[in-house]
Design a protein around this ligand. Sequence first.
Ligand SMILES: CC(C)(COP(=O)(O)OP(=O)(O)OC[C@H]1O[C@@H](n2cnc3c(N)ncnc32)[C@H](O)[C@@H]1OP(=O)(O)O)[C@@H](O)C(=O)NCCC(=O)NCCS
Length: 391
Amino acid sequence: MEDVFIVSAVRTPVGKNRGFLREWTAPELLGTVLDEVVRRIDLDPAEVDDVINGTVYQVGEQGFTLGRTGVLASKKFPDTVPGISVNRQCGSSLSAIQLATGLIATGTMDVVIASGCEMLTKYTITSDLNGTLFTGAPMGNPYGEYYTSKYGAPDQMLGAQLIADQWGITKQACQAFSMESHQKAHQATEKGYFKREILPMRGLDKEGNAIIRDTDEPIRPTTTMESLDGLKVLPNTTFITAGISSTITDGASAVVLMSESKMKSLNLEPMARVVASAVVGSDPKLMLTGPIYATPKVLKKANLSMADMDIFEINEAFAPIPLAWLKELDADPAKLNVNGGAIALGHPVGNTGCRLVVSAIHELKRRNGRYGLVSLCTGGGMAPATIFECT
Ligand SMILES: CC(C)(COP(=O)(O)OP(=O)(O)OC[C@H]1O[C@@H](n2cnc3c(N)ncnc32)[C@H](O)[C@@H]1OP(=O)(O)O)[C@@H](O)C(=O)NCCC(=O)NCCS
């Protein structure tokens, strides 16, 4: 097995719900990021064996295999470069990175781009359940009798509440976590920590004027315990609100992965080595506990401990998720989501896994850290987790 390295990593700023990215089409958004990720290392795109793209709502502009339409919408890639779209719900683009790693490690491919792209504000949560069959009957849903009789109808907000209840996490703790996420994301933005990883993108302001934006749009630095207190509680929950949830957003990101031999033959510098990957299934009713089990699994594979990790990116789908993870694994809160997470920065679901990896690698390099662990909970109860080493 060959070691696998990430040699380039870039992302768009995250756009808020119907925000500055609203006029982009998904293939053009992805194609722009693909062009940039190869431009940064002066890589001939014809060298790319495949583009493995994570997208959850594979309908409309995101349908017809966005991995491939992104290549065709790019300015630099020849049409000899193929593409594929994968879906592991919110873990999709971290799974894309894991799959790319496996293909390279086994010698099946030399150069693979793993990416994520989701225009969630156009194709929002459950977009793939709407519509009708050719008979005019409703599309149907994937949760048949077999599912609902065992687990009930899937409800992530309910899952977040059940996790808060089971791990004894209070509304106040969730609100404090949310406030801190916004503060950390705001400070990281002000200090320019995200500058290296972000590709400035053209878009539209509220009034429809053309703008170029190089910062994440959803961050609310004015968030306080008081402003969070008054928000409407979401259905089926006792205290989950929009303020302690990740937000509906748009974005794309990509990394170039290579075998060590290919990297050396192209005289490229490594950004990070992929140390180990794991994926787990977890209780579909609680739905969002996967990172609690994926973390020890991937640490064991890597023969490393929690203390060896310099930073953790555990996706902030809802505040109780990283808080339960912290409690269960007795982790150091100072190492968790050091520049904020999806509560502040948004969660364009299929994009988030790759976005977290792009941010983790750039942050490890900035602080001269060595190891970072990235994991996300997913719909249906799963979690991929991967450890990266900055060299
Ligand atoms: C939670 C959710 C339903 C809320 O949607 P929404 O109501 O459109 O959210 P909004 O952004 O409009 O926020 C609702 C209100 O809260 C306010 N709000 C949100 N965050 C706030 C903050 N940090 N501080 C103060 N107010 C805030 C908004 O201003 C808005 O107020 P308004 O109604 O007076 O305009 C949506 O964000 C969601 O579905 N999130 C989870 C996505 C998801 O499931 N992802 C997958 C997870 S695995």
